[in-house]
Write a protein that binds this ligand. Sequence first.
Ligand code: AMP
Length: 484
Amino acid sequence: MSDHRPKHECGVFAVYGHPNAAVLTYYGLFALQHRGQESAGIVTASGPNTPFAMHKEMGLVSQVFSPDNLERLKGNRAIGHVRYSTTGSSNIKNAQPLVVDCGRGQLAIGHNGNLINAALLRDELEHKGSIFQTTVDSEIILHLLAQPNGTSGVLAALRKVQGAFSLVIMSEREIIGVRDPFGFRPLALGKLDGAYILSSETCAFDLIHAEFVREIEPGEVVIIDEKGIRSEFPFDTEKQAFCMFEYVYFARPDSIISNINVSRVRTAMGRELARLHPVEADMVVPVPDSGNYAALGFAEELGIPYEHAFVRNHYIGRTFLQPTQLIRDFNVRVKLNLIKEAVAGKRVVVVDDSIVRGTTARARVVNMREAGAKEVHMRISCPPHRFACHYGIDFPDPKNLLANQCTMEQIREYLGADSIGYLDTEGMVRATGLPRESFCLACFTGDYPIPFDPQLDKFIMERRQNRANLLAEEDEHPELFDLV
Ligand code: AMP
């Protein structure tokens, strides 16, 4: 995917039927903060014909909400959203949930995922006169939902979208949870004091003492209203394609996905990695926090001591200064410092979950060398990232993926490591205990569950841009467009 398009690494949360819906959502979003740090928002509903209340802003959950604005979010239903920070789309207009007031009443939506046919659908809708307020895919779903045909209209609208979508939708009477037929992104159902809860990840249930009931199935639409909860399966059956990178990196280690705790999978990946690329060493050091569990598995498997030699600064947020050479160096060091005494003179294995551009891994090897480590062996608990993700994980353009550009020996050389070892696809899948067919492995294999035509996408984006330019010109020089 080209870089000018917004991306959606996000977390969604919803509550139906609790007097403290906004507060529960607020805490739910805290637990999902790792899925998105750019903006946060909550929309609440008190009942039919009462305006939805909304608060959303750029920033972390702790910065966006105050006791005052939570107090104003009245109602026993709520949906919430956290959005990931990416360049080019840092804009309050794109913050979610999105709300419209349309023929079928008020609707609010929170979306995690990425639509494949977004450009095409948007083009069609604009052609029919829809006016878009944002550049996010999710607004397309909102426009489709706004067609006034009751629940069957919702299901018909959902059938038109293709790609990755775990959604929470709030209408004047319902909360609706949707997981696309491939099940790319997670979505789980919980219960608390008779209220229903939906959350991207189960770790949010733990925080609010909700009971984890089950995961929403791929292709399932759950509709919760005053009559209770029911499910529809409006989509054609597809091959399941849960995003493996949720297990590798993105999901929180305390969440449960497909009945397996994520930290357990990461530890098992570390064990698999140790069996595939064993090394004689004095200690195994994780890159915190992403490499913690894989490093533990690696160390246990080979019987090598596990040591937390990197110390993480938890309070940095984003570094914002322009990257001069001096500051680039500070930026790399601000997050982690090394306990030099622990590694000096030692043969060290550094374990991280993944290498994207290679900046992090390279910096960690430099740290180790500066501290006087005798040998530095880099181990990565997933296969090399060589391909783009079209379904909602924010990777750079493939030409900026280190493993897309370099051979294994070139990677080792670039990192400055004594050796490099990645887990292979088979070991990674084995670590989950699930069949390979249940996963999307596209960023590793290039095998995309839903075909994506970048040429068509580009063509439509350009056509839309031309139309937007024409409209802007018309605004500036209406006389040129006066046909009478
Ligand atoms: P890089 O420095 O570009 O190689 O990034 C690799 C580091 O970023 C690893 O430590 C990963 O844990 C982390 N990472 C991998 N993928 C992502 C992503 N999509 N968004 C944010 N961080 C990521």
